[in-house]
Ligand binder design. Sequence first.
Ligand code: C5P
Length: 214
Amino acid sequence: SNDQRLVGKHVLVTAGPTHEPIDPVRVIANKSSGKQGFAIAAAAVKAGARVTLVAGPVSLATPAGVNRIDVQTANEMADAVAGALPADIAIMVAAVADWRVAPSDVKLKKDAGAPDLQFERNPDILATLGEHPERPGLLIGFAAETNDVVANATSKLERKKADWILANDVSGDVMGGDRNRIHLVTADGVEDWDEASKADVASHLIDKIAESIS
Ligand code: C5P
């Protein structure tokens, strides 16, 4: 391709949900489809980047030219991300489960009554990168919110030491859907993007990245 804007750059993307096992057949999951992260990985390849895509359990084809690492749990995703460093640009799109439980080795039986699940916090992968000695030069997160979208995204930007947060309102059918409406939150303020397909959001984000590193 003649798009050379990200040639020589390593772009690291997370996408999809994580699955936190309860027992050998049951998981705690969420409704993330992985579509937005996969679209961003594809757009980064198109711009000439070397792309590592750490994907939770999704049913999507690997975009051509992308190095894909499949994981199930948040801990596995955190390990895969750390193992993929250094990266010039990291875009954490995955909907990582906030909590895990210590899974039972055997299938829980309903006759034993309601399971007494003990939740433990999962690592925050974006926040870990924000403080990492090999912190990517451009660190980007997403924030799926149902209310106070921009305010919540602004506090995530600061708390996780990210450079940009792409906030989106998921109170509609964004999760699993094909369209998205983004508010780009940076230290400079907020930019409201028009509603667009996830593919167009991805190429617009890659445009912004190419501008900011040039
Ligand atoms: O879940 P939350 O709204 O805090 O997610 C905001 C950003 O943080 C997203 O970019 C998400 O991928 C990232 N995140 C993460 N690890 C977590 C939770 C969130 O990387 N455990």
